[in-house]
Write a protein that binds this ligand. Structure first.
Ligand SMILES: C[S@@+](CC[C@H](N)C(=O)[O-])C[C@H]1O[C@@H](n2cnc3c(N)ncnc32)[C@H](O)[C@@H]1O
Length: 278
C-alpha cells in the first residue's frame, strides 16, 4: 500500500473506506443522540459522545481529502452531538496539522502524539475519571485504522475494564496482513482473526465483506455489548454497506474467508482417513 510523506497509507479502497466510515459513524451518532435525548434528565449516563481515534492522521490529506477526525466532527456537528475526542498519532507533526485542520469545529479534544499501544492505556485512565464522577455510563466509539497491524492485545486488555463496556469498537484492517503475520511470526506473537475477535470482550460483532478483487482483504469489524431483549445485537445490520452480524450465516462465511487462506480452507474440507497422515 502506498504511504504518503506524512505516513497515511492509501489505496484504491481508501475512498470507500472513508464513505463507509462516514455512514457508519453517522448511524452510530444518531443512535447515541437518541439515547442522550431520551434520558436527558438522567444521571446514569454521560451526555457526551466519546470518540477515540487511534490513528488520527492530519484530518485532511492531498491524496484522499477528508480523514477520520474531520469526517467524525462533520457528522457530530450536523447531528448536534456534544463530543469529547481523543486523537492519537505517532507522528507529532501530523498531530500539529490535525489541530489546525479541525480548529473550526466545536469540540473538546485531547491529543496523544505517541504510539497508540501506550496512548490507549492513558486514554482508558482518563475515561475512568469521567466514569467515576457519578458512576456514569460512557457512550461512543473507538476507531482503529492502522496501515499495519491492529493493536488487538491492547484493545482486549483495555476493553476488559468495566468503564469501557458501553463504548463500541470499529476496526479497519487488512485480513491478509493478519494471516501473513501469523504465518511468518507464529502464534506466540500473533493470532488468527477468529481468536482476536473471540478474546476481545464485546458480545456482538458485525463484519464487512471485503471487495472480491482486493488482495489485502480490507474489511471493517464493529463490536458492541448492546443487545436487544432477545439477546441479539441491538445495533442495526448495515447491510447496504455489506456489514453482517457475525452470528448470521453470511457473517460466518465472511469471517471464514477473512480468517483462513484458501489452502487452509481446502485442508479443513479434506476428509481425514484414519491411519493415513496426509
Ligand atoms: C491509514 S492512516 C489513517 C489516517 C486517518 N484515520 C484517516 O482517515 O485519514 C494511519 C495513521 O496512523 C499513524 N500511526 C501509525 N502507527 C501508529 C502507532 N503505532 N500509533 C499511533 N499512530 C500510528 C500514522 O502516522 C498515520 O497517520
Amino acid at each position: 500500500m502506498p504511504i504518503n510523506s506524512s505516513g497515511q497509507g492509501f489505496s484504491e479502497n481508501t475512498l470507500t473506506k472513508q464513505d463507509h466510515f462516514r455512514y457508519f459513524v453517522d448511524v452510530h451518532l444518531g443512535i447515541c443522540k437518541g439515547i442522550f435525548d431520551t434520558y436527558q434528565n438522567n444521571f446514569w449516563l454521560s451526555h457526551k459522545y466519546y470518540y477515540i481515534d487511534l490513528n488520527a492522521g492530519p484530518g485532511i490529506t492531498e491524496e484522499y481529502g477528508e480523514g477520520s477526525p474531520v469526517i467524525f466532527l462533520q457528522e457530530a456537528t450536523k447531528r448536534q452531538v456534544q463530543t469529547r475526542c481523543h486523537f492519537v498519532d505517532v507522528n507529532e507533526t501530523v498531530i500539529e496539522a490535525l489541530k489546525k485542520n479541525i480548529s473550526i469545529f466545536p469540540c473538546q479534544a485531547e491529543y496523544f502524539p505517541y504510539d497508540n499501544h501506550l496512548a490507549i492505556k492513558k486514554i482508558s485512565e482518563t475515561l475512568y475519571q469521567y466514569h467515576k464522577k457519578g458512576n456514569k455510563k460512557l457512550y461512543g466509539l473507538l476507531y482503529s485504522d492502522e496501515n499495519g497491524t491492529v493493536p488487538f492485545d491492547e484493545l482486549t486488555e483495555v476493553f476488559s475494564q468495566k468503564h469501557l463496556q458501553t463504548l463500541d469498537i470499529l476496526i479497519y484492517f487488512s485480513a491478509t496482513t493478519v494471516k501473513r503475520c501469523l504465518k511468518s511470526f507464529g502464534s506466540d506473537k500473533y493470532k488468527r482473526l477468529t481468536d482476536y475477535i473471540y478474546k476481545l470482550p464485546k458480545k456482538h460483532w458485525q463484519i464487512r465483506q471485503a471487495q472480491s478483487d482486493d488482495k489485502q482483504q480490507w474489511s471493517f469489524l464493529f463490536g458492541t455489548n448492546w443487545e436487544n431483549k432477545q439477546g441479539k445485537m441491538g445495533y442495526p445490520e448495515v447491510k447496504q454497506l455489506k456489514f453482517y452480524d457475525l452470528s448470521s450465516q453470511k457473517g460466518q462465511s465472511i469471517l471464514e474467508s477473512l480468517a483462513y487462506t484458501n489452502k487452509e480452507k481446502q485442508e479443513m474440507m479434506q476428509p481425514k482417513i484414519p491411519g493415513l497422515d496426509i
